[in-house]
Write a protein that binds this ligand. Structure first.
Ligand code: NAD
Length: 371
């Protein structure tokens, strides 16, 4: 039988808890990966096909993301094996039961992820008094509505411009996945002179070399339409966004959209990863060889978790957005300088910096901060 020790290394995981409550059909797993810098923060994912391996990998990703962001938090993640579209009353029961089961694990602070939202976090908070991504009424900062991750992404892009000889004014931007992250990144960049030449969603792509209005596209989405239905521009299928000639390409939808098989179609100078693992490692390597700068996901899309951590510590919305701007600018510059000096991929440089930070935090702690 495979155990979690097969996935372990010197950084973690520190603790794995399996939860089983047959009375409500609850099966879940909590992986606390590393808590040297402070209690772990990470989302609760609900899907029928989650796994221990997925949970452990996501928990590690949070350790690195939180360390890269310079937060006083380690990384953790939890998964619940269930269909998130179940009736609300059943979902409430499952979430409440899961929260109660992990309640004594004070080294983990739950946040929203795929299949869970701020309502779920309110239930967790009600049970154990510990979660982030809460509704405003409970002191939450509505990060998706405000665009915390898009705000951070825009700052990461700005910090990367000198490394690829680009000027934001007039830079052509294509956004793959016009949801919360994609829309807000587009609107913040457009406000500073970038031209949004293309946007896509799961149903289509819209292309207009003179520039699209992000707010008009957002209104279209709010009416339940696809960006492809925008009258101002040339419409095509969702996959076509990869062929749009641009300066900055922003994947903000699903994992693995750019692979070794289609990476050669990208005609851009900078890729800013808004989604988690939107490019395979092979695709990142191929683009690096072609001189395309790729800003890694856990550096560029940390705005959401920074906002959540600031919420947890009682900060205001303004303070949270200021912290995101400062951290993303500083961290992106540090990663790209290290990558340039060491002649390595930005992701290689970023992982090295994040792991060094975690190891330094561990060195200050009894038991390495793992218990
Ligand atoms: P969202 O659901 O608001 O938006 C996703 C968008 O992607 C939708 O418009 C959808 O139509 C589109 N999409 C789906 N499949 C597509 C396809 N094949 N081609 C083109 N578009 C497609 O989600 P979000 O909150 O914006 O998150 C987007 C990604 O960023 C996810 O991978 C998420 O895990 C990651 N992320 C989000 C945050 C955050 O703060 N929301 C933080 C870090 C990472």
């Amino acid at each position: 039988m495979t155990t979690v020790f097969d996935l372990a290394d010197d950084l973690g995981p520190a603790k794995v808890i399996h939860v089983h409550v047959p009375k409500v059909g609850l099966k879940g797993i909590l992986v606390v990966d590393n808590v040297a810098a402070g209690p772990s923060i990470g989302g609760v994912r609900m899907a029928p096909d989650v796994s221990l391996t997925e949970c452990a990998r996501l928990a590690r990703a949070m350790t690195l993301k939180n360390a890269m962001a310079g937060l006083p938090h380690g990384g953790g993640k939890s998964v619940i094996f269930a269909d998130p579209k179940m009736p609300a009353s059943e979902k409430e029961q499952l979430i409440r039961a899961f929260a109660t089961a992990i309640g004594s694990e004070t080294q983990y602070i739950a946040g929203p992820d795929m299949g869970t939202n701020e309502q779920c976090m309110a239930w967790v908070h009600d049970e154990i008094g510990r979660s982030v991504g809460l509704p405003r009424e409970l002191g939450g900062i509505p990060l998706d509505q405000l665009g915390a991750t898009g705000w951070g992404l825009a700052h990461a892009v700005k910090a990367a411009l000198p490394f690829c000889d680009l000027d934001l004014k007039g830079a052509r931007v294509a956004v793959q996945g016009f949801g919360s992250v994609g829309y807000h990144a587009a609107r913040f960049l457009a406000a500073e002179g970038a031209v949004i030449v293309a946007a896509s969603d799961s149903r289509g792509t819209i292309y207009r070399p003179e520039g699209l209005d992000p707010d008009a596209l957002f209104r279209l989405k709010a009416e339940g339409k696809s960006v492809g239905e925008c009258r101002d521009g040339q419409a095509s299928g969702p996959e076509e966004i990869i062929d749009v000639e641009c300066d900055i390409w922003i994947p903000a939808a699903r994992p693995d959209v750019v692979t070794e098989q289609n990476a050669d179609r990208l005609q851009t100078r900078l890729v800013a990863e808004g989604a988690n693992i939107p490019l395979t490692s092979g695709a990142e390597e191929l683009l690096h060889q072609r001189g395309v700068l790729v800003l890694p996901d856990f550096v560029a899309n940390a705005g959401g978790v920074i906002c959540a951590a600031m919420e947890y510590h009682g900060a205001t919305q303004t303070a949270a957005f200021d912290a995101i701007a400062e951290k993303l600018t500083h961290n992106t510059t540090q990663v790209l300088q290290a990558a340039t000096e060491d002649r390595v991929l930005p992701r290689t440089a970023a992982v090295k910096i994040a792991k060094e930070r975690v190891r330094k935090a561990m060195a200050t702690r009894r038991w390495g901060g793992m218990v």
